[in-house]
Write a protein that binds this ligand. Structure first.
Ligand SMILES: [Zn+2]
Length: 267
């Protein structure tokens, strides 16, 4: 049988090697478990001032129990969920969603959402709230407003161009100004391109657009000044419109071409 001997690289015999390795691990742990979570929590708490949201109705006290919610990926593994307190033991909740105020709809992680939908109480929520939860909560800010005679929920972030509108579809015999009695649907508007993406616009879309402009102006005014990107980088972030041969698309492509010719790396 061959005589096999395991030997370490000579550098590992040096105490400085272990000191540097230990220092790097300690630095990584400090960033990962202390500094980044504190900063994230601070950002979310600050965002309460400029990001409005919706509150869920408080569930009865008998729901204040821990439920086991199985993990999607790992067999025999799961999370402790409490749908009355809106808490979950998953990492996304601990890192992010759990910092939102009590009963804030943004606390709903995948597991809380799933367990809430599974209860009979979910059907007692109003139709718009139910639809918003079923479509998943992807936005940082939510506002609920009347648009003419129908209600709508707007989901957005003050710094991005996407606004999601959850509202009722129009049935054929509904009056032109509403109230509309069709099912609630999600409509997505792109602010910069000024188009409704993924399908038809919602009913009363002119009034909805006026309201979107008002909401975004008010929220952007309160938003803390972000670190400015260089002009060249901003141009790279500008999306190309859907019609690739339009004048606007050509101009954006030309700006992008110039931006990529700078000496600073852009990615
Ligand atoms: Zn969770």
């Amino acid at each position: 049988m061959a005589d096999f001997q395991f030997t370490l690289h000579p550098i590992t015999a040096h105490p400085i090697f272990w000191a540097i390795l230990f220092g790097l691990v300690a630095l990584w742990a400090l960033l990962r478990f202390l500094i980044i979570p504190i900063q994230r929590k601070r950002r979310i708490l600050q965002s309460v001032a400029y990001c409005p949201s919706l509150l869920l109705p408080v569930l009865p006290k008998d729901k204040d129990v821990a439920i086991f919610s199985p993990s999607r990926r790992l067999k025999f593994f799961g999370y402790r969920v409490n749908i009355q307190q809106l808490t979950c033991s998953c990492s996304r909740f601990r890192r992010l969603r759990g910092f939102y105020p009590q009963n804030d709809i943004r606390r709903l992680c995948r597991h809380l959402r799933k367990e809430l939908i599974a209860t009979n109480l979910f059907n007692e929520f109003d139709e718009l709230t139910r639809a918003l939860i079923l479509f998943r909560l992807r936005d940082s800010c939510y506002i609920r407003e009347m648009v003419l005679n129908s209600e709508a929920i707007f989901g957005f972030h003050p710094r991005t161009s996407i606004v999601r509108v959850y509202t009722f579809r129009k049935n054929s015999d509904d009056p032109p100004q509403g109230p509309f009695t069709g099912p609630v649907d999600k409509f997505t508007y792109h602010l910069r391109q000024e188009i409704w993406i993924y399908g038809t616009p919602p009913p009363n879309c002119e009034a909805i657009l006026t309201l979107i402009a008002e909401i975004m102006t008010a929220c952007k005014a309160k938003y803390p000044k972000p670190q400015r990107l260089s002009t060249m980088r901003e141009e790279l972030l500008e999306p190309i419109p859907v019609h690739p041969d339009s004048n606007e698309a050509l101009q954006i492509r030309e700006k992008r071409r110039k931006a990529t010719q700078t000496t600073t790396p852009l990615r």
